[in-house]
Design a binder for this molecule. Structure first.
Ligand code: AMP
Length: 428
């Protein structure tokens, strides 16, 4: 299938070929025609599948064909859970829309609102936003959503995880009820299905990869290792393997910082990216990592969510996530757009239960290796690490989220953050 056969305009085809894409990805093949037919869409897709172009291209097509009002009210809104994802979607909108007469803007918290306000005042067709800043600016009367024709909820599952349900509900009330709705989510919990039922009308359902299965191109490996030897082992793997670009996941901000310092002491250029870092620091770290001046990016789950790092060869779980689905998100960073990748997990005794739950979720046993000199501690307890005891990512249950009705193993429960719901700065 070609992009031409999807019925996209010449201006979009030109931008697509400038990007170097030749064939639409599976999610694009399914989502683009449905969106062009003005249908609501519920798409199961994680980052790396080409989902952003899957909604951006047809959205731009429809907007460019539609009636252009002189004062340019916002006609399309893309809501994202994190600033980084907002910035990336915005960059995509700019690139794909290069040859169209449409204006776009991005708004998120953590930065001065003045330039955002100035831009909104000039008129914007497409707005990419995180919920907190959007509500702030709306309540200040700076923007109106009364002319919205298309709404996109990107990474809806993560928005719920981050406690944005109430904000989403508020935002829905700011928009006309007659509009086209597109919802993208990597996972489909009961909460997501409920949200979808409330927002979408007879949606076309599209799926990029089967839910919760691991991308085939990724080779996975577990190193069983004593907890205290993990830092030594990861440094050895990176140095001896001469890995040039490694994304490392740590469970906490503190852990990410500590590991980053140790890497630097060992002569490996590294940067940490997490919710305590300023927007400037995060952007700089990501740019350094993409350009190759930083070899190792140590990230927490939420900070890394949605980062567009193409063709990532190595992902390392320095610690396994206590939410099994996060494992799938993490390793989805490698093997993007058809390239092969390697996902490695350093697993100590206390993570045994997490590993078992992850294997259950992905439906396969992950091969195990032990490196001489970095053996696991045979006397260590296999009791899981207690979440929320002195750890920075203790995530209180959200009383709004109906979590109490959930059963099953603890790792598949998706805790919500219920603190500081309005700001965008609650990342791990
Ligand atoms: P996304 O899932 O939207 O984060 O996109 C993942 C990566 O795939 C990005 O780097 C895109 O630029 C790239 N991409 C998107 N669509 C295509 C395509 N049709 N062909 C090749 N690469 C693509």
């Amino acid at each position: 299938m070609s992009f031409e056969s999807l019925g996209l305009s010449e201006a979009l085809l030109k931008a697509i070929s400038k990007k170097g894409y030749t064939t639409p990805s599976p999610i694009q093949q399914k989502a683009i025609p449905a969106v062009l037919e003005r249908k609501d869409v519920l798409a199961s897709a994680q980052t790396g599948t080409g989902k952003t172009a899957g909604f951006t291209l047809p959205m731009l097509h429809l907007l460019s064909q539609g009636q252009q009002l002189r004062h340019r009210p916002v006609r399309a809104l893309v809501l994202t859970p994190t600033r980084e994802l907002a910035a990336q979607v915005f960059a995509n909108v700019k690139e794909y829309g290069e040859f169209l007469d449409l204006r776009s803007a991005v708004i998120f918290g953590g930065v001065n609102q003045k330039p955002q306000v100035a831009q909104l005042r000039q008129g914007v067709d497409i707005l990419v936003a995180t919920p907190g800043r959007l509500i702030d600016l709306h309540s200040q009367g700076v923007l109106s959503l009364s002319k919205i024709e298309i709404l996109v909820l990107d990474e809806a599952d993560r928005m719920l995880d981050m406690g944005f349900l109430r904000d989403i509900e508020r935002i829905m009330k700011m928009m006309p009820s007659r509009r086209q709705n597109l919802m993208f989510s990597a996972t489909f919990s009961k909460e997501i299905k409920r949200l979808a039922n409330g927002i979408l009308h007879h949606p076309v359902q599209v799926e990029a990869t089967p839910e919760n299965t691991t991308v085939d191109a990724i080779s996975q490996k577990v190193y069983r290792v004593a907890k205290g030897l993990k830092t030594g082992l990861i440094i050895k793997l990176i140095s001896e393997g001469d890995w040039k670009q490694v994304l490392v996941f740590a469970r906490t901000k503190h852990g990410a910082n500590k590991l980053c310092k140790k890497m630097i002491s060992a002569g490996i250029s590294a940067a940490a990216i997490h919710g305590n870092k300023s927007q400037g620091a995060r952007t700089k770290a990501l740019a350094g990592f993409k350009s190759g001046s930083i070899r190792v990016l140590v990230a927490t789950d939420i900070a890394a969510r949605g980062l567009d790092i193409p063709l990532l060869p190595h992902v390392v779980n320095f610690e396994l996530p206590n939410i099994s689905e996060d494992y799938v998100h993490r390793i989805g960073r490698t093997g993007r757009a058809g390239a092969s990748g390697e996902a490695i997990s350093l697993v100590s005794a206390d993570e045994t239960t997490y590993l078992r739950d992850i294997e259950k979720l992905v439906g396969e046993k992950i091969p195990v290796e032990i490196v001489e000199g970095f053996e696991p501690d045979p006397n260590a307890s296999t009791e899981p690490i207690k979440q929320g005891q002195g750890r920075q990512n203790s995530r209180p249950r959200n009383s709004n989220s109906n979590n109490s009705s959930r059963s099953g193993n603890r790792n598949n429960r998706r805790p919500n953050r219920n603190n500081d719901k309005r700001s965008d700065s609650r990342r791990r």
